[in-house]
Each structure stands twice: as C-alpha cells, then as structure tokens.
Design a protein around this ligand. Structure first.
Ligand code: ADP
Ligand code: MG
Length: 259
C-alpha cells in the first residue's frame, strides 16, 4: 500500500488529471483507493460532484473540527472513496499557522484511518503552492509524484519542488522519495524533448521513463465525470496511465515481452 502526494508548485501541470487516472487505474486492479482533494479549488471534487459540499463535510472538517478522516469519506462509485475539498481550505494557513501539530496532522489522521480500516492506496491531489496543506501532504506521503507538463514554466515549478524537498530532508531526517513524470507530452514538438532532457539533467533517475502524451480523451473525460479508462479505454492516454501505474508499482508494463 502506498501514499502518493501529487504536487508541483505550479498549476495546470496535470496534477488533478494524474490523481484521477491513477485512482481509476488502481481500482481496475481490485484496489479501492482513497483520494484526498487538498486543493481549495476542488477540481477533483467537482468532477465527482458530491451532493453535500459543506465545508464541515470536506477536508476542512478534519482541520477545523478534528473530524476523523473516515467520517469525511464519500463513495466514489467504481473507483474507491474521496475526501472532498472546499474553497474554505484556503484559510487553513491563516487559521492554524505552520506549527508541527498542523503539519503532521494529515500523517497522523491517515495512520489512524489505516488502523481502523484495512490499508489502502492513498493518493493526494495537492494545491499548487507551498503551504500547510501541501507540506502536510509531503509529510504524510511515502512518495511525492511531480508532474511536469512539458514546458519551461512547469519545469521551473518542479525545480522549486526539488528545492523544497531538499530543504525538508534535514527536518524529516531521510531522503524524500520522489518521481518526476512528464505530462502533456507532445512528440511533434522538439521543445518537448528539450524540456524532457533538461528534466533528466536536473532530476536524473527520478524522472520516470513513462511519459503521459497530450491526449484529447485525457482532457475530455472529466467533462463526462469520469476517467480516461472509462471514457476511452483504448486511447493513448489510458495506455500511458496504465504504464505509469506499472512503473510506479514495479509491475511489468502491458505487452512486455518475456525473456
Ligand atoms: N495528458 C493530457 N492531455 C491533454 N490535456 C491534459 C493532459 N493532462 C492534463 N490536461 C489538461 O490540462 C489542464 C490542466 O490539468 P490539471 O490536471 O487540472 O492540472 P493541475 O491539477 O496541475 O492544475 C486541464 O485542462 C487538463 O484537462
Ligand atoms: Mg488541480
């Protein structure tokens, strides 16, 4: 079982899209992942569109009222469960400061949840800035997955994440496991390969071999409140996210030849 925080200090790089499709891919492996929407913009929550969208029944209830995470989970039909976001999450930094208690809160909350229910894969959709929420997600996670939409500004965001993780390592007294994944990969553009090469120069082996192509089915599926596997199972987007899961979980990719 793993806890993955999907984070980049830039918006629009494919974090939410990656969380959505990783969760859906895991559910196809008979897992019922827990997804936590930590972005006050709540894009993932809006895709699922739950009926009760009150602040107290969102992740904010965990921070504000100490509600156990298990009470905030809603069923995500066919996938697993979601702890929804609410726009009031934007106030968490201002209300609770940046002390160790609030920074470790999510980790402890997830530890408690795992004791109560059977262990599950957990995927966290982070907000695109460094604050209590994203720091809490990094502390709670076993791995940080950093999407880089294949452009220069996204690479700058990833460089900021790398700097942040390096600064946190003396605090957590270990290397923070991280992987970088290229998203919105457009093989028609030389620029894409340039950014990919720069990412490899900067982050070395931590750049995953799998790339997520720019793909219309990936972009369209949220409009139909679903993931790319449901929307277009044979699309390159579905194949890429399947390959990403295989690489992350050390499985053989589909179609791999036995030697
Ligand atoms: N592989 C992809 N192919 C095409 N469009 C994509 C792909 N990944 C993300 N997008 C689109 O890019 C935009 C930003 O993605 P999103 O996941 O919301 O980023 P973030 O959560 O980092 O802000 C969305 O419109 C999304 O549909
Ligand atoms: Mg997002």
């Amino acid at each position: 079982m793993s806890r993955i925080a999907v984070f980049n200090q830039k918006g629009g790089v494919g974090k939410t899209t990656t969380v959505l499709n990783l969760a859906a891919g895991l559910s196809r492996r008979n897992s019922r992942p827990l997804v936590i929407d930590m972005d006050p913009q709540g894009h993932l929550t809006q895709i699922l569109d739950p009926l009760n969208q009150s602040a107290g029944q969102s992740l904010f209830g965990f921070y504000q009222d100490n509600k156990p995470l298990t009470q905030l989970e809603i069923d995500w039909a066919g996938v697993g469960s979601l702890i929804p976001a609410h726009n009031v999450l934007i106030k968490v930094d201002a209300i609770f400061g940046k002390g160790p208690a609030v920074l470790n809160k999510l980790k402890l909350g997830l530890d408690a949840l795992e004791k109560e229910s059977s262990p599950r894969d957990t995927i966290i959709d982070c907000c695109p800035y460094l604050g209590v929420l994203s720091l809490g997600a990094i502390f709670a996670a076993d791995m940080v997955l950093i999407p880089i939409s294949s452009d220069y500004l996204s690479l700058l965001g990833a460089k900021k994440v790398e700097k942040t993780l390096k600064a946190l390592e003396p605090v957590v007294k270990k290397r923070i496991d991280r992987r970088y994944v290229m998203t919105c990969y457009d093989r028609r553009l030389k620029f894409t390969f340039d950014v990919h090469e720069q990412a490899r120069d900067l982050f070395g082996e931590e750049v995953l071999n799998t790339v997520i192509s720019k793909n219309v089915s990936v972009a369209k599926s949220p409009q139909f409140k679903t993931d790319v596997f449901q929307y277009s199972p044979n699309s390159s987007g579905a194949q890429d996210y399947e390959a990403l899961l295989c690489e992350l979980y050390g499985e053989k990719p589909p179609g791999a030849i036995e030697r």
